[in-house]
Design a protein around this ligand. Structure first.
Ligand code: NAD
Length: 505
């Protein structure tokens, strides 16, 4: 990503632009304007106007548009995957995989919005038996979405598709590393809705993202690092704009003594190394029961043979997309080794100028940065534990709480429930991300709020409660005509209703 200021053809007014680069070779993939605060405000204003149309459509009508978009993306999947491959460096197959998951999410959001958000009756209770009570979930209006580069389709789509299905319009600020992918998504949606500004893109760096935070948006959905998330919250606080924060993680994969070690090793390797380890829900730490530790390390080392980073078709790991991350990855490896970790594969020399070769470290001290901080590279730490209690304790001894995995035949569900994280897969890795009905999000420094599933739809709405009086109440409580006699009857009634021994039926 490089920034330049070039004259705009025709007007002569300098328009700052920036290029997105292919991280594998430095080639320019796309050139985009750096949207100023005025540009962002104008986009939000267009979005608000379009919200009048989009928000008035029925759930079924919106679903039609979203499902058409889903089909357009599906038919052009090779084109989008190629763009993502060039802009992120990830292998073409990996680029396609995240699009496949995103397509499924669009379809789920479109098909389920009415059921989840539409008006439905709730019980009005004995005290208010004369009232009909309904709740529905109304669109907020305009939602700002700020995305990262590591999964430039799947990640923002978790906000975009769900916000749109709920009846909001969206202004999306993609990462400066993947603006062309973001623009492609907005262009194809705009095609489907006949040019209306229902989903727009504003490109640029952090300043453009900040402008979106302070613009006239009704909610801001941010996905990125925790450090930026804090700035986003602070900026949104100015207008009391609510936020969703999807931040980083330090996920662990726990291996119990009764686990299928080959499957657990395969999952740890893919969970840790795919997308060059640049996955918020990627495996960074592995805790293995000491009785199977040596066998597990032998197994994963065996499976990792031949796995390498490069830009040729035989390489299953691509480059590090954001050059500044190379320093972080190296510092984590160096720190772990300096503190006494054992290098099983890769190591200090694994970090090159664009690529990082797979690195596996064992017996990594728990105070190493490779254990405490997000590494975001193709590295794994593998430590032995004496029990699953210890595995859970160490897993939870982090400020993050995004996701994780557990491999155990007998106790998988039990262990999973005790992990303090928003999402856990038992006997597989990252499976929850592909289940559209499941909420996605973290706790602690991994953020808050949920995308995906019913919770993800509700995230982009406000609950609207309505009561409708069906008949005159037996006891008129909301009136100055209420007298001491009525108050006494109310006291008797509440005692009958709630004064008895507590029972759960
Ligand atoms: P980042 O925080 O550097 O940038 C994210 C986005 O924020 C970019 O679009 C950037 O331009 C924008 N931004 C930067 N400064 C801003 C500011 N002051 N105000 C508003 N916006 C600003 O993160 P990244 O490097 O693009 O992404 C990697 C991080 O994202 C990792 O920590 C990863 O774990 C996390 N992530 C989390 C999830 C999740 O769902 N929890 C998913 C993917 C990535």
């Amino acid at each position: 990503m490089t920034a330049t200021i070039e004259p705009t053809t025709g007007s002569g007014v300098p328009t700052p632009t920036f290029d997105s680069l292919n991280p594998a070779n430095g080639d320019v993939v796309g050139s985009h304007p750096i949207a100023s605060p005025a540009d962002v405000d104008a986009a939000v204003a267009r979005s608000r106007e379009a919200a009048g149309w989009w928000g008035e459509l029925s759930f079924d009508e919106r679903a039609e548009y979203l499902l058409t978009w889903r089909s357009v993306i599906t038919r052009r999947i090779a084109q989008l995957a190629d763009l993502s491959h060039r802009e992120t460096g990830k292998p073409h197959g990996d680029a396609q995989l995240e699009i496949v998951l995103a397509i499924d999410h669009i379809a789920w959001a479109a098909k389920n919005a009415k059921k989840v958000l539409g008006s439905h009756k709730v019980s009005s209770g004995l005290l208010m038996a004369n009232q009909a009570a309904t709740v529905q979930y109304n669109a907020l209006g305009v939602v700002g979405v700020i995305g990262p580069w590591n999964y430039p389709v799947f990640t923002p789509m978790g906000s975009i598709a769900y916000a749109l299905a709920a009846g909001n319009t969206v202004v999306f600020k993609p990462s400066e590393y993947t603006p062309t992918v973001g623009q492609w998504l907005a262009d194809t949606f705009t095609e489907v809705v006949g040019g209306r500004a229902v989903l727009q893109v504003v490109t640029g760096m952090g300043e453009t993202g900040n402008a979106l935070c302070v613009a006239d948006v009704d909610k801001l959905a941010f996905t990125g690092s925790g450090a930026t998330g804090k700035k986003v919250m602070a900026a949104c606080a100015q207008n009391l704009t609510p936020v969703v924060i999807e931040a980083g993680g330090k996920d662990s994969l726990i291996v119990d003594e009764d686990a299928d070690l080959a499957k657990a090793a395969e999952a740890a390797l893919w969970g840790g190394m795919s997308n060059a380890g640049q996955t918020c829900i990627g495996t960074e730490r592995v805790y293995v029961h000491e009785s199977v530790f040596d066998s597990f390390v032998k197994e994963i080392t065996e499976q990792a043979k031949g796995l390498r980073a490069g830009s040729d078709s035989g390489a299953k790991i691509g480059p590090i997309t954001m050059p500044s991350q190379l320093k972080v990855i190296k510092s984590h490896i160096d720190d772990a080794i300096a503190k006494g970790a054992t290098v099983v594969m890769g190591g200090a020399d694994a970090v090159g100028e664009r690529f990082v070769q797979p690195t596996i470290l064992t017996h990594v001290p728990e105070d190493s940065s490779a254990i405490t901080d997000e590494t975001f590279g193709p590295t794994l730490t593998i430590n032995p534990v004496s029990s699953m209690d210890e595995a859970v304790r160490l897993t939870n001894a982090t400020s993050y709480g995004l996701a994780g995995a557990v491999f155990s035949e007998a106790k998988g569900m039990d262990i999973a429930r005790r992990v303090r994280a928003g999402m856990t897969s038992v006997n597989s890795v990252i499976a929850f991300a592909g289940v559209p009905a499941l909420p996605f999000g973290g706790v602690g420094e991994s953020g808050f709020g949920r995308i995906h599933g019913a919770d993800g739809l509700k995230e982009f709405t406000y609950a609207k409660a309505i009561t409708r009086q069906k008949f005159k109440p037996v006891m008129m409580l909301t009136s100055f005509a209420r007298d001491a006699k009525l108050d006494a009857r109310v006291a008797t009634l509440i005692t009958v209703l709630h004064g008895g021994k507590q029972t759960l039926k």
